[in-house]
Design a protein around this ligand. Structure first.
Ligand code: SAM
Length: 406
């Protein structure tokens, strides 16, 4: 055997050993990579195979060496292919996952022929990790957003619930207070009601609430507002009596003084031919138009007003005295216009009789409205009032009004 042969043998041996070392290294690296990359997904089988391979590469006859060398090359190729296949599988899996979450991943150009060195592998690994991280982050963010949305919705619903409960409570409390106040005013004399107002520091608030509820009930449940009906009639009266240069109106039990407010805000309408003055009287002055007093005793001199209004205000058990006071302040032929809850009126004839006793002549009775009656009378210019009989009981003509609990 020549020197050349030995040299070649030596080189081959060295080559084989180098290859072995390289292979071992590669195997190791690959195992690590696979372990990392697949995160326990890479089967133990591969590791076993690799181990077996390692163990197998020990026989060293010349023929075997050659065979092994060829095997080695083949296996290397196979490994390379299987590694790239695995990576591709991994990528496809992660792509599918991402597609499922509607989260497109970066495009990668990985072909079976492409050589994947360590750096690209690491890149892939990082990208996969990045993608996994970003997927997890996206998931978290989505969940957090959903939670926030749910919270907001809950809060909104709770707020709405709270609001509607508060409104309902307010309405109920308002309703209860209103009923209590009504009963109080319908079952007492005017003077007792005035004493309550003067000695109770919450009276103003209570009267404000009372009128809020009163106005709401009228607006929502009555086909027509009696006070608006009276305002309309007043407007008509003024237009039909253009010769009248001055008109003095007294609103007995005015509440929030709707008549005075109407004429104050419509001054221009009537200014040209008529000066209008409205006196507004009620137990409690809930605004600056109102003069607080008991309407059995208003701060006006005798015979100074043209028109007296009682809109649902004959409330006290001594309401006949309200009418007596009205007679005192009315000019002869002055008009009294009374609107009262229809269901309160027990005896219309007795009511007309009462007006007669008090010195009025009834001129008009309107029973057209389902909720209230309207009675007009004038202060008789020829007759003096005779007053009511000593056993007079006004509640037998006008009974207290009970508003329904809603
Ligand atoms: C149902 S409210 C009507 C308010 C107003 N007339 C309206 O139609 O809007 C009746 C009003 O008469 C008042 N009232 C009842 N008796 C009174 C009295 N003796 N003196 C003064 N006001 C009285 C009450 O205080 C209440 O404001």
């Amino acid at each position: 055997m020549g020197k050349g042969y030995h040299k070649k043998q030596k080189e081959r041996k060295e080559f084989l050993e180098k290859q072995k070392r390289l292979r071992k290294k590669r195997q190791l690296r690959k195992e690590q990579k696979v372990e990392k990359k697949l995160q326990k997904k890479v089967s133990l089988q591969n590791a076993k195979e690799a181990k077996e391979d390692k163990e197998k590469v020990i026989p060293i006859t010349k023929w075997e060496e050659r065979q092994n060398y060829q095997h080695f090359l083949k296996r290397q190729e196979n490994h390379r292919i299987s590694a790239s296949q695995r990576i591709r599988e991994l990528l496809e899996q992660s792509k599918k996952k991402k597609q499922k979450r509607n989260n497109p991943i970066k495009k990668r150009n990985v072909t079976s022929d492409s050589f994947i060195d360590e750096s690209t592998d690491n890149e892939e690994e990082e990208n996969i990790d990045d993608n996994d991280d970003s997927m997890n982050n996206n998931k978290k963010i989505k969940k957090e957003k959903e939670k926030e949305k749910e919270k907001k919705l809950k809060n909104k619903n709770n707020n709405n619930k709270k609001k509607s409960i508060e409104n309902e409570l307010e309405e109920r409390l308002g309703g209860a207070q209103f009923r209590w106040m009504n009963e109080f005013l319908y079952t007492r004399k005017g003077s007792d009601a005035l004493e309550y107002v003067e000695t109770n520091e919450n009276a103003k608030k209570e009267f404000e609430d009372y009128h809020k509820t009163y106005n709401r009930i009228i607006d929502e449940n009555w086909p027509m507002s009696p006070i608006q009906n009276i305002i309309k009639w007043l407007g008509k009266y003024i237009n039909e009596n253009k010769n009248k240069k001055n008109l003095v109106i007294a609103d007995f039990g005015c509440g929030d003084a709707k008549i005075a407010r109407y004429f104050n805000s419509n001054k221009e309408k009537f200014k040209t031919h008529c000066n209008i003055l409205v006196h507004s009287f009620d137990l409690c002055a809930i605004n600056s138009y109102v003069t607080p007093c008991d309407i059995t005793n208003v701060p006006l001199k005798d015979a100074c007003i043209d028109i007296a209004i009682f809109c649902l205000s004959l409330m006290g058990t001594n309401y006949h005295q309200y009418l007596e006071e009205c007679h005192r302040v009315l000019l002869p032929n002055g008009i009294v216009n009374i609107a009262e809850v229809r269901s309160r009126l027990l005896n219309l004839n007795q009511f007309k009789k009462l007006l007669h006793w008090l010195g009025f002549d009834v001129t008009k009775v309107d029973l057209n409205n389902t909720h209230f009656i309207t009675i007009q009378a004038i202060k008789s210019p020829n007759r003096q009032p005779v007053g009511v009989p000593f056993n007079f009981d006004g509640t037998k003509i006008l009974k207290p009004c009970a508003y329904k609990k809603r």
